[in-house]
Design a protein around this ligand. Structure first.
Ligand code: GDD
Ligand code: MN
Length: 386
């Protein structure tokens, strides 16, 4: 739109902040995911203008339909300063996917990612950008865990969790990073592009995702910063993030061979076996029910257990909600499971009786067929993607 002589655009409201130098295309884009950050957004924009004077920059906010007025605040800010842009997503949630969409919406050759809640020290941005004078540098990471950095007032518990997660990340990234969980980094657009098609984009560990998805080893530099306490609003990362983290590790390690979701589905199924046996023991031995009644009850309890745990974890991104959503989900899951059980018994029986497989091998084959059926068909009928 720059340089347009349309009368409509000329009568646009007066810009409050200084515009980018001579309307130059942005050399640096700062991608900022937001979810309910209305108080933080104006403060952050002011701080960016101050810190980045001299660099042609733009800020790309990616908001997942906040309900606290963040969207209106961002629209107003964008009308006051053309360097501020907004991507407003509806019906989707997720830190990583928001960041990816933000990066893809800009043409700037350098892209930084930072939180909107003022916990990341924006004064580090110019020094991060300077590192790219070395053409071999792909990525610069703001680190809390190297000398000179810090986590401020974090509780002992959160520090421990973060350190354990850092150790686990070494399973999938070949890089030696002091802070692979950092949400504050800057990347060369060309280096992001080589990883873009392989990204998981699930959960919130976008930095790890980029490093693990890049087909070549990225050259990474780290700069220390002090992680500030949050002053306005609250953290959105709930207890589910631990599970999402495991999901990312699975996807980036064995995900090449088997879908990570299938592994999770099978793990939940394994837990379901214990639920089944416990229920059967209670019914058959505790309540003296007949074996077939006990077995049927146990199967129903285990299926119900599996449905709810899968809905919570395996399909957390497509979770069925509300009373009727769950009734529909549960019924379709029972139906899929019933056919899966018939397939399981049929295959196992055929292998055992006709092919003379050992009973263990026949049973395992039956279980595998049932699991693949349940997984594949419930993905279509129970948790169909929108
Ligand atoms: N668009 C969008 N969608 N933004 C989101 C979402 C979402 O689903 N969830 C969170 N955000 C935004 C928040 O508004 C904030 O700007 C930023 O993402 C970080 O969210 P916080 O809720 O403040 O996360 P945190 O402070 O607990 O975690 C931070 O530190 C972690 C390291 O311990 C983040 O930087 C993480 O990425 C980082 O791993
Ligand atoms: Mn935060």
């Amino acid at each position: 739109m720059h340089g347009s002589t349309s009368p409509d655009l000329q009568s646009a409201p007066q810009q409050a902040a200084a515009p980018a130098p001579a309307g130059l295309p942005a050399r640096l884009a700062i991608v900022i995911p937001t979810f309910n950050e209305v108080e933080n957004v104006p403060i952050l924009i002011n701080r960016l203008s101050e810190t980045l004077a001299g660099i042609p920059w733009e800020a790309v906010f990616v908001d997942d339909d906040s309900k606290d007025g963040t969207v209106d605040a961002l629209r107003a800010a964008a009308q006051a300063d053309p360097r501020v842009r907004l991507v407003h997503r509806i019906g989707r949630r997720g830190l990583s996917s928001a960041v990816v969409e933000g990066i893809q919406s800009t043409s700037a050759p350098l892209v930084a990612v930072m939180d909107a809640d003022l916990q990341h020290d924006e004064t580090l941005l110019p020094r991060m950008a300077e590192q790219f004078a070395d053409p071999s540098v792909d990525l610069v990471v703001g680190s809390r865990y190297m000398a000179g950095g810090g986590v401020g007032e974090w509780s002992k518990h959160r520090q421990t969790v973060s350190r354990v997660a850092t150790q686990m990340s070494r399973l999938i990234v070949k890089a030696d990073l002091s802070d692979p969980m950092s949400g504050f980094f800057m990347i060369r657009r060309a280096s992001f592009d080589v990883a873009a098609r392989q990204l998981s984009s699930q959960g919130y560990k976008i930095l790890l995702d980029i490093i693990a998805s890049a087909p070549r080893r990225l050259k990474i530099k780290e700069l220390p910063f002090e992680f500030s306490p949050r002053e306005h609003g609250e953290s959105k990362l709930d207890s589910m993030v631990t599970w999402e983290y495991i999901a990312l590790l699975l996807d980036k390690s064995i995900g090449r061979f088997v879908p990570a979701r299938f592994v999770m589905f099978s793990m939940v199924g394994g837990a379901g076996v214990f639920v089944h046996m416990a229920t059967l023991a209670l019914m058959f031995q505790g309540f003296r029910a007949s074996f077939d009644v006990g077995q049927a009850t146990a199967a129903a309890v285990a299926m119900t257990f599996n449905y709810f745990v899968n809905n919570l974890l395996t399909y957390r991104d497509r979770r069925l909600k509300g009373f009727w959503g769950n009734v529909r989900g549960l019924l379709s899951f029972y139906a899929v499971g019933a056919i899966g059980a018939i397939a399981n018994v049929g295959v196992a029986n055929a292998l055992f009786v006709e092919q003379h497989y050992s009973w263990v091998a026949a049973a395992i084959a039956g279980i595998l067929v049932g699991a693949v059926w349940n997984y594949g068909v419930s993905a279509i009928f129970t948790w169909r993607s929108k």
